[in-house]
Design a protein around this ligand. Structure first.
Ligand code: FUL
Length: 483
């Protein structure tokens, strides 16, 4: 063989082996990816919100800020009852309104008299932030806080001095009660209030008043793992409504530059996110088990039914979001019987609907898989291991997974997960079932994300196909379940 031919052959072989090894290496991440804390948050799936404060005793949703602390007097407060019920029904974390818009603090803050220290509860020696954070530790749930930026009691609200007050309160909360997994800032800010007896209307510039970047840095210096929720993040974004409805198209990415808490008209964008978003800021779906956020006796008959809660589960967790479900303790300081009953029945319903995964260890085939190596084989989506996945060669952005459940069975739900540690990719997919004689399309959807659960009209089938028809890059699917 002449020398130049030999050189060509060697170069060609090196080229071929480079192509082959590129296909057997892990796919590169595409776009923004979740950080470790966000990933842990995705895996929590369901957290509880607890609205409990002076409003519980005045029968209001928004206190004006002039309520006497003496009104706060729960007779049977038991944070362990809250946490036990939440644990039993599948919640992984709890976020408490430690101070709502009325300014009343549930812990004995040094910086204001408008707190539990001046209430009859435990003769002024109570601290509900402590009680709940300890109950969470005991039962293994994560603890989070909602500290309303708006304070209708504080005389300095609207002035620069209030920002120091707000930061001082954050210092107490982030240094005395252990780890805080999520910090919730709501968008309602400014308006009329008591404000130290002036009874006036105070407005603030929502974008600049709180000096958010510096305030968040201040918190990060105390606890670096905390995730900040607000309309636009930076850790977690709002889903744009309070009805429990995550986006049917739901990108975990969004470009936050011009977004801020309380900005009008951004609900739709927050609901769907954007495929080209520059940051990983997933949506949290917050809603209440009752019409209001706080307990009102006249809503005792309006607690959401187990079936309504299942629907909310499907439009939140089932759309790749984390659910934050509010359960407000009553004036006794415990969850009301009706709420507990419906939560438990909802849990039973979830266990019944998602009790047996028909796809677990089922046989799976795909048109192709990356590098033709086992590491990326289609069987990874039914192996019950969230760390393994099926993916394709670079440049291939479509693909079909065919799952054989062995015999004809009734199918009602299909659950699919992307391996989002490598970015969210799938833009469009559909599901077909084999009814014995032909393939029939039962769902046509857009995004998958951390988890997608599709409810279909129950059908008898023995085979199912998930067809990825468009993706930002090679699809990376870690899990498929069938119920
Ligand atoms: C809103 C507040 O105004 C409501 O009272 C409630 O706390 C809800 C979760 O956030 O912004």
């Amino acid at each position: 063989m002449p020398g130049n031919h030999r050189t060509f052959l060697v170069v060609f072989l090196v080229f071929l082996s480079a192509v082959a090894s590129a296909q057997t290496t892990l796919p590169k991440a595409v776009g923004p990816v979740p950080d470790e804390n966000q990933m842990a948050w995705h895996q929590m799936e369901m957290n509880a919100f607890i609205h409990f404060s002076i409003n519980t005793f005045t029968d209001k949703e928004w206190g004006y800020g002039d309520e006497a602390p003496e009104l706060f007097n729960p007779s049977e407060l038991d944070t362990e009852q809250w946490v036990r019920v939440l644990k039993e029904t599948g919640f992984k974390g709890v976020i408490l309104t430690v101070k709502h818009h009325d300014g009343f603090s549930l812990w004995p803050t040094k910086y204001s008299d408008h707190s539990i220290a001046n209430s009859p509860y435990k003769n002024g020696n109570g601290d509900i932030v402590k009680e709940l954070s300890e109950a969470c530790k005991k039962y293994g749930l994560k603890f989070g806080i909602y500290l309303s930026p708006w304070d209708r009691n504080h005389p300095d609200y609207g002035k620069p001095e209030y920002i120091s007050y707000y930061r001082n309160q954050l210092e107490e909360l982030f240094t005395n009660y252990g780890d805080v997994f999520e910090m919730w800032f709501d968008g309602a800010n400014g308006g009329d209030g008591y404000y130290g007896g002036t009874n006036e209307t105070r407005t603030i510039d929502k974008q600049t008043y709180y000096h958010w970047p510096a305030t968040l840095d201040h918190v990060r210096n105390m606890q670096s793992d905390v995730l900040f929720f607000s309309d636009a993040g930076p850790g977690i974004r709002w889903s744009g409504n309070e009805n429990g409805i995550g986006g049917r198209t739901n990108w975990n990415t969004i470009t936050p530059d011009t977004l801020y808490a309380g900005k009008a008209g951004i609900g739709k964008l927050l609901n769907t996110g954007s495929p080209e978003g520059t940051e990983w800021i997933p949506a949290e779906v917050n809603t209440s088990i009752r019409p209001g956020w706080f307990y009102h006796e006249n809503e005792d008959s309006l607690v959401k039914t187990p079936k309504e809660l299942l629907d909310i589960y499907l439009t939140s967790v089932g759309r790749g979001s984390t659910l934050l479900l509010n359960i407000p303790p009553d004036q006794r300081g415990i969850f009301h019987e009706n709420d507990v009953k419906n939560l438990r029945k909802w849990r039973d319903l979830l266990d019944q609907e998602f009790g047996k995964n028909l796809a677990l260890h089922a046989e799976v085939t795909a048109g192709s898989h990356r590098g033709n190596v086992n590491t990326f084989s289609p069987g990874n989506v039914t192996d019950g291991n969230p760390e393994t996945y099926w993916t394709t060669d670079n440049g291939i952005t479509t693909g079909t997974l065919e799952i054989d459940v062995g015999k004809s069975q009734s199918i009602k739900y299909i659950l699919i997960q992307e391996y989002i540690q490598l970015g969210q990719r799938v833009k469009e997919f559909n599901v077909e079932i084999w009814n014995g004689s032909e393939w029939r399309t039962v769902a046509e959807e857009t995004t998958i994300g951390y988890k997608r659960i599709l409810k279909i009209d129950p059908v008898q089938a023995d085979k199912m196909r998930v067809n990825i028809t468009d993706s930002k890059a090679t699809p990376v699917i870690s899990n498929v379940e069938i119920y």
